[in-house]
Write a protein that binds this ligand. Sequence first.
Ligand code: DER
Length: 224
Amino acid sequence: GGSDDQKRRAAERAAELVSSGETVGLGTGSTTAFAIRALGRAVDGGLDVRGVPTSFASRELARDVGIPLASLDEVASVDIAIDGADRLDADLNLIKGGGAAHAREKIVAAAASRFVVVADPSKVAETLDRSVPLEVLPDARTVVAGAVEELGGDPELRRAERKDGPVVTDNGNLVLDCEFGRIADPASLAADLSATPGVVEHGLFVGLADEAYVGTDDGVDVRR
Ligand code: DER
């Protein structure tokens, strides 16, 4: 992955977009964490915002840095959402879900008037070519795996690192990482995955991002 400096540059530039009085969607992952920390400093300096976290992790970090929080069910929309990505292509379509938070992330991203992705250059690809995480109802994992194979994918249950057995999401579901190879038509695959019973949410974010801030060694590359 990219360097912390690259991630920090992108994230801090995105955090500057947030104005007083706004509600901001707080994404999940190490890149967005820099934006959350920057917003915490801005709140100390008088910025008046409400943060809507997308995971246990981003809620804990936002609380630590003093950002006033609103829970997802308290807001009908957010003014701006800042979140990372595992991959982004030239059309700003994304693969997300490396942190298994993509179900809430997508709700917040879709509810945002402005969705800004923050990334480092290692995330950028011509076409999306990485496995797609699916959050699945636990009992549906076998039927969903079969449906994924029908779609040409290779599903793998995401194992936990410091826990026996699989990763369990903040919503109590499991994650299948599905390798499809190069994804030439993300919109079509996204539609097929959304139509698969038992899939709570997939990690393809098609047509959601308004802009991407890609941190480089000497600045931020803004893509719209
Ligand atoms: O889970 C996600 O979609 C995250 O945004 C994520 O995978 C990016 O994480 P990173 O900023 O730590 O690479």
